[in-house]
Design a protein around this ligand. Structure first.
Ligand SMILES: Cc1cc2nc3c(=O)[nH]c(=O)nc-3n(C[C@H](O)[C@H](O)[C@H](O)COP(=O)(O)O)c2cc1C
Ligand code: SF4
Ligand code: FES
Length: 567
């Protein structure tokens, strides 16, 4: 006790008085608002991104005081909430503003096709808008490249946009999404819908039959990697215990819009395919990951899934929709799984592969939305129905998303092995008026660029001719370029996309994309440095984003060298 040092008047005066716990304090008003908003919700850690959406949908933005309150009711560290919220481009965090005016976001697509059609000019004009409740930001491809340029006003898309059309939409307060006409549950049912899934659940079609059909059909995943679907289903179904099915509806590859097209026209064909896949692997639950850029698709899915629940075709809460938040990297399957778990979308190191250790650490089947869309038709019509549709010795067909300098762009279902020239001539009514074919992207931003002189290459997964040119089909997003397009600018646009979307987890990709863009912005390019950076990114990046990021640059240097200016 002798050693006890008594507090003196002086020491007491020096001491800083603290009346609250350390850290940011929650304010009652905001806590009450959040409690009210979440009154019917049972808090689950993996739903953090859904909660952030709920806040943003309600208040127009993520106000920091609401985030403090969210951390109290979820019992999650505030730092974790910020970490997740700031990872995703669609979350707009702002300091509290006493008047609390909801902010509307206007996103101007600045990816390649929209840029070809004048996106930068629109962005410049809209930046002069004098409206404190409107925030204008650039954004990556919104999956509407066939009607470029496109601008998203709140949740409402202005296609073939002009600054005037966007301003009129804002003036008219038209911020909500538009639901197109699509095949309803009843119509789908009347045309043989849910017969195949019924037969499977009644054991009239065996698992063996399904695998044989899928393998013989030659169906390969439509998400970009082209992995044989039957094989993947077999691998996952062999694991015992709890398993999950996850559907990849992220569709972030610039130039791709096929998944949106299928869900906006015939959602039940996809939902029946989902049911079949879940029955096949005996999935505990199904998570459908949909990009936030597709609000009408999310609405359609919600409505149609609730019909399936009412009709007792699926149990309640068996199909769960998870909304993305504007991060291209979340299309990579392991990053998507992280995002479904409510975290930042950082790709995982492999092995283990997600088929073995996936969602919530359990074996998981990941399929692209379109892959699943064709399942009913292939089982119903037989393997040959699909495989016979290829040309030049290829199997099946692809749903090409075609945009750029053609007369009639859109989703074109065409045989695997078709050439770009055949696509332009026979599916798109030729080149747009006043444009001469100069080059094309066979597989979105990642798949490289080819000159028109290579217009006879068969387009398919594993096409040796594409491979020899360092290109690939990916999600079959074909962008047509013309004599009016500047290849230095095309290359820069694509590299800027990868720089923006790199998750930053590994140095070759994070720093490599940034340095490459810096050089490509110069009037004269440093060839040696660009080649070095490209090699490091390709060889040393963790995931496909960094590995493919320099593809457009390599292609431009290889095929369009005459148009480039080097130091
Ligand atoms: C950077 C990156 C982005 C990707 N984006 C998507 C995507 O938006 N949609 C998709 O289905 N697959 C995407 N993939 C491929 C997925 O990782 C995965 O291969 C696919 O979802 C599997 O489904 P599938 O076998 O049916 O194609 C992406 C891959 C990478 C590396
Ligand atoms: S390659 Fe790029 S996107 Fe992929 S993990 Fe590394 S930093 Fe992230
Ligand atoms: S919507 Fe703009 S490039 Fe796709």
């Amino acid at each position: 006790m002798n050693k006890f040092i008594p507090q003196t008047d002086i020491s007491l005066k020096k001491k800083k008085k603290r009346w609250t716990t350390k850290g940011r304090q929650v304010e009652d008003k905001y806590l009450e608002e959040i409690k009210k908003l979440f009154s019917n919700i049972t808090i689950k850690r993996d739903e953090l991104i859904e909660y952030l959406h709920l806040l943003q949908d309600n208040f127009g933005a993520l106000y920091d005081k609401h985030l403090v309150a969210l951390s109290i009711i979820t019992n999650l560290p505030l730092s974790e909430i910020y970490e997740v919220a700031t990872f995703y481009a669609h979350f707009n965090i702002i300091k509290n503003n006493p008047s609390f005016k909801p902010i509307k976001i206007v996103r101007v697509c600045e990816s390649l096709t929209c840029e070809l059609f004048g996106a930068q000019k629109i962005l410049e004009e809209l930046n002069n808008l004098n409206d404190e409740n409107i925030k204008v930001v650039p954004g990556p491809c919104m999956g509407r490249c066939q009607v470029a340029p496109t601008v998203c006003v709140g949740k409402n898309y202005v296609d073939n946009a002009t600054p005037e059309a966007v301003k009129n939409t804002i003036k008219a307060n038209k911020f909500e999404s538009f639901i197109p006409n699509y095949t309803s549950y009843k119509e789908y049912l009347s045309k043989g819908g849910y017969v195949i899934s019924n037969k499977i659940s009644n054991n009239e079609i065996s698992k063996e039959q399904i695998i044989n059909i899928l393998n013989e059909s030659g169906l390969k995943g439509k998400g970009g990697a082209g992995f044989p679907t039957g094989k993947k289903w077999e691998i996952v179904s062999k694991y015992s215990g709890l398993k999950y099915l996850t559907i990849n509806g992220d569709e972030g590859e610039p130039g791709t819009f096929k998944d949106r097209y299928f869900l906006e026209t015939d959602p039940h064909r996809f939902l029946e395919g989902t049911l079949i896949a879940s029955q096949f692997i005996k999935a505990h639950r199904v998570y459908i990951y949909m990009r936030d850029e597709y609000p009408s698709v999310i609405e359609i899915l919600k409505n149609e899934i609730s019909i399936l629940e009412k009709e007792k075709i699926i149990p309640d809460n068996y199909f769960i929709i998870r909304r993305g938040a504007g991060a291209y990297i979340c299309g990579e399957e392991s990053a998507m799984i992280e995002s479904i778990e409510g975290k930042r979308g950082l790709p995982r190191h492999r092995p283990p592969y997600v088929a073995e250790v996936g969602l919530f650490g359990k074996p998981t089947l990941v399929n692209n939305l379109e892959t699943i869309y064709w399942i009913r038709d292939i089982i119903e019509n037989g393997a040959n129905w699909f495989s016979n549709q290829g040309v030049r010795g290829r199997k099946g067909f692809h749903s090409f998303s075609i945009s750029g300098r053609v007369k009639n762009p859109g989703v074109k279902i065409a045989p695997a092995g078709i050439t770009v020239q055949e696509l332009i001539d026979n599916y798109c009514d030729g080149m747009a008026e006043g444009h001469t074919f100069k080059g094309y992207l066979p597989g979105g931003a990642s798949g490289g660029i080819l000159p028109s002189s290579l217009n006879d290459i068969p387009l398919d997964y594993g096409s040796k001719e594409l491979d020899d040119e360092g290109c690939f089909l990916g999600s079959a997003a074909v962008i047509i370029l013309s004599d009016k397009d500047n290849m230095m600018e095309v290359g820069l646009n694509l590299l800027k996309f990868f720089e923006e979307e790199s998750c930053g987890q590994c140095t070759p990709c994070r720093v490599g994309t940034e340095k490459t863009v810096k050089i490509m912005k110069q009037r004269l390019w440093n060839k040696q440095k660009l080649e070095d950076l490209s090699e490091v990114m390709t060889e040393a990046s963790i995931c496909g984003l960094g590995q493919a990021a320099s593809n457009p640059l390599k292609s431009v240097m290889k095929h369009f060298g005459k148009e480039l200016n080097y130091e």
